[in-house]
Structures are given as structure tokens and as C-alpha cells.
Ligand binder design. Structure first.
Ligand code: HEM
Ligand SMILES: *[C@@H]1O[C@H](CO)[C@@H](O)[C@H](O)[C@H]1NC(C)=O
Ligand SMILES: *[C@@H]1O[C@H](CO)[C@@H](O)[C@H](O)[C@H]1NC(C)=O
Ligand SMILES: *[C@@H]1O[C@H](CO)[C@@H](O)[C@H](O)[C@H]1NC(C)=O
Ligand SMILES: *[C@@H]1O[C@H](CO)[C@@H](O)[C@H](O)[C@H]1NC(C)=O
Length: 338
């Protein structure tokens, strides 16, 4: 594949900021591991090879989210899980086969796989064999922030290639748990080159989308976690039955405070301040002076959080990427090319 060498498109305000971030990230990565030796991601990578790529992803993603408003969160979480396991290489999308039955997607249930295939099919229709599934996940997550979070469109670097390996056992080692404490969350993110600021900033994705009672029941039964708001806990207990009482595992909105649970917003930080979040891993963000100050700042300043979330999402999208001639561009996102 040829590398686009054109400069980034004409500027919006955030663009120079993000560009600066990209250099910082690239510089940080170039000092360390071997996977950073291949060429870095670039803005508008498909500018020459497939000029309609990003607009096509945006159009289809927008259509999917307007049809089912819960899907923005699904795309956002897919990107997170993809990047944290073997890097942003679309390994999360690979279906099991008889020779590799134990793939990543079997470890934790995520939503949006069929929808990613729909986006890919639309992109293949305009530029067959050019646009990677890893880039589609990145673009769709960015577009989800725009559609579900009213972010101003921001640039997402691209040029990722698709991996050929997907392993169930990589997931549990790399994806943090909702019962993790702050030091473990910080070291989990650090292992991916993300810092404590990124942890606080990206956790704002829990302002939208879904969860399950089983992930917060430990904070409700047998006794209510003292860091949880008592009013909130009482309401949650009416929805989440005590484990072992045959009530199943109901689905919850991550954000039970917002009028609209499908909006990506800084309201998550207000919920943290008032103890109205689901997971231990969420509430732990108020467990140190530094992170609590950051939570308070984001709660008070939506624009600050949005700008930093966009920057952190771009940074997350650089984790262990395959570029240049590494990997492949899959034809179907759920299967490795034969
Ligand atoms: C900090 C550590 C994190 C932990 C422990 C964590 C854990 C979880 C858990 C347990 C759920 C509920 C899953 C379910 O029941 O289906 C969830 C949902 C979600 N997470 Fe996270 N997460 C973390 C960070 C992130 C990050 C960094 C992002 C994205 C930037 C993210 C995006 C989401 C989204 C959007 C959902 C809702 C998914 C849906 O509606 O299907 N999470 N997370
Ligand atoms: C945009 O998406 C809609 C479906 O939501 C599709 O019907 C239409 O053809 C798409 N247009 C372009 C230019 O991709
Ligand atoms: C608990 O939540 C309620 C809203 O349900 C709020 O009014 C109250 O201030 C919260 N309590 C604390 C200690 O933050
Ligand atoms: C942090 O959480 C632990 C329990 O997990 C608690 O004992 C400690 O007091 C908390 N510290 C702060 C500063 O909130
Ligand atoms: C919170 O905002 C204040 C005022 O702008 C700033 O001085 C402080 O450094 C911020 N704290 C964090 C942790 O970002």
C-alpha cells in the first residue's frame, strides 16, 4: 500500500492541538518498544487511496446510531477493547474458527459486531481492499463521540493494519476489571502507555451505554458500599436482585442519573462527585487527591473534558498499532484473509 504524504487538511481549532499531541505520542513511542519501529499513523491516511473512506464510515455510523441510539457506546467500547488487547489491530472482531476456537470476542460480551461489518461493507463498496478494520473501529469511535456526544468533528489519525491473531487469554490480562482499585487501574493504563490523566479522561465514556447488575452487585449486597450514594444505592437495589435469589442479571444504563442514558458527556464526573456510579473502578477515581481534583474540574467544565477526551482517544488509538506492511487489510472484519 502507498503511504499518503499529503499534509493534514485545513485547520479547525482543535487540529493543531491534536497534531501536537500526535507528535508527543509518536516521540514517546519512538524511544521504546520494537512495535513502534514501523511508520506512525497519519492524518488523512486515505486521502489519496480512498478519499471517501472517512465520510463513508461517518455516514453509515451516523445512520446506525440514529436507528439505535445505544450503538454509539457500543462502538466506543469496541475501540477500547480492541486497543487494550494486542493493540488497535481489530483482533477483537475475529470470529472463532475450528483451528482457533478461543478468540478475544468470546471472553467478554461486546455489542456492535454486525454493525462494524455493515460499515466495512459500505467502505469496501467504494474502495475494495484499502481501508483496515482497525481504522474503521477508530473512525467509528470518533464519529460516535460526534453523534452521541455532540463533539466537534476531530481528526483521528489512521494507517492501522489488521492483525491476524486473536486470543481469548489475552483479554483477561489486559482489560481492567470493574472491581479494580485505583493503583491497579493506573498500572493497567500505564502498561498501554496511558497515564493517570488518560484514565480519568477516558473513563468519561461511562457516561453512556449499558452494564449489568452482576458488575455492581458487590457494592449492593450483602451491605451497601459506603462510597455509594445511599439514595442511588436504594434505587439500584430495586432493579438488581440479590445474587442467588433467581432474579437473573438485568441490564442497566451506565448513567442512571442523566435524562438520556445514550449521551456521551461530562455528567459522569458529576455522578462521581455525588457517588452515583456503578463500578468500584469508577468510584475509585475520587480516591486520590489528584484524580479527585481532575474529576471536579471535568465536572465543572464540559469543554475542557471534551477537548481532553478527544486527545486521549487519539492517544489510545496509537497503542501498539501495526502499520506499513505489517499485518493485512481484512476483506471482512470478522475473518482473517485466507
Ligand atoms: C477504566 C477501566 C474500565 C473498566 C473497569 C471498564 C468496565 C466496564 C464494564 C464492566 C462495563 C459494562 C459491560 C457490560 O455489562 O456489557 C463497561 C461498559 C462500557 N465501557 Fe468501560 N471500562 C473501563 C474503561 C473504559 C474506557 C477507557 C472506555 C472507552 C473510552 C469504556 C467504554 C465503555 C462503554 C462505552 C461502555 C458501555 C458499552 C455498551 O453500551 O455496550 N470503558 N465498562
Ligand atoms: C449513507 O448511509 C445510508 C444508510 O444510513 C445509505 O443509504 C447511503 O447510501 C449512504 N450514503 C453514502 C454516500 O455513503
Ligand atoms: C445523593 O444523590 C442525590 C440525588 O439522588 C443527591 O441529591 C445527593 O446530594 C447525593 N448525596 C451526596 C452525599 O452526594
Ligand atoms: C481509598 O479507598 C480505600 C478503600 O478502597 C479507602 O480505605 C481509603 O480511605 C480511600 N482513600 C481516599 C483518599 O479516598
Ligand atoms: C484543576 O483546575 C485547577 C484550576 O484550573 C488547576 O489549577 C488544577 O491543576 C486542576 N487539577 C487537575 C488535577 O487537573
Amino acid at each position: 500500500m502507498t503511504m499518503a504524504t499529503s499534509p493534514p487538511p485545513p485547520c479547525r481549532k482543535q487540529q493543531s492541538m491534536l497534531l501536537l499531541m500526535a507528535f508527543v505520542v509518536a516521540a514517546a513511542l519512538s524511544t521504546a518498544p520494537s512495535w513502534a519501529q514501523s511508520p506512525p499513523l497519519q492524518y488523512n491516511f486515505y486521502g489519496t487511496s480512498c478519499p471517501q473512506a472517512e465520510a463513508t464510515v461517518r455516514n453509515v455510523t451516523q445512520g446506525i446510531i440514529s436507528n439505535d441510539r445505544t450503538m454509539g457506546a457500543a462502538f466506543m467500547r469496541l475501540f477500547f477493547h480492541d486497543c487494550f488487547v494486542r493493540g488497535c489491530d481489530a483482533s477483537i472482531l475475529i470470529d472463532p474458527t475450528s483451528s482457533n476456537p478461543q478468540v478475544e470476542k468470546k471472553a467478554i460480551a461486546l455489542r456492535g459486531y454486525a454493525e462494524v461489518n455493515t460499515i466495512k461493507a459500505a467502505v469496501e463498496a467504494v474502495c475494495p481492499g484499502i481501508v483496515s478494520c482497525a481504522d474503521i473501529l477508530a473512525f467509528a469511535a470518533r464519529d460516535a463521540a460526534v453523534v452521541s456526544g455532540s463533539f466537534s468533528p476531530f481528526d483521528m489519525p489512521s494507517g492501522r493494519r489488521d492483525g491476524t491473531v486473536s486470543n481469548f487469554f489475552d483479554v483477561l490480562q489486559n482489560i481492567p476489571s470493574p472491581i479494580n482499585k485505583l493503583p491497579d487501574l493506573i498500572s493497567n493504563f500505564a502498561a498501554k502507555g496511558l497515564d493517570v490523566d488518560d484514565l480519568v479522561t477516558l473513563s468519561g465514556a461511562h457516561s453512556f451505554g449499558k452494564a449489568r447488575c452482576s458488575e455492581c452487585n458487590g457494592r449492593l449486597y450483602p451491605t451497601v458500599d459506603p462510597t455509594m450514594n445511599t439514595t442511588y444505592a436504594a434505587a439500584l437495589k430495586t432493579v438488581c436482585p440479590a445474587p442467588g435469589t433467581g432474579g437473573g442479571d438485568p441490564v442497566l444504563n451506565n448513567n442512571r442519573v442523566a435524562a438520556d442514558p445514550n449521551v456521551l458527556s461530562n455528567q459522569y464526573y458529576g455522578n462521581l462527585v455525588t457517588g452515583q456510579v456503578l463500578f468500584v473502578s469508577d468510584q475509585q477515581l475520587t480516591n486520590s487527591t489528584y484524580t479527585a481534583a481532575k474529576v471536579a474540574n471535568y465536572s465543572a467544565d464540559a469543554a475542557l473534558w471534551m477537548q481532553q477526551f478527544a486527545t486521549a482517544l487519539v492517544k489510545m488509538g496509537n497503542i501498539q498499532v501495526l502499520t506499513g506492511t505489517a499485518g493485512q487489510v481484512r476483506k471482512y472484519c470478522n475473518v482473517v484473509n485466507s
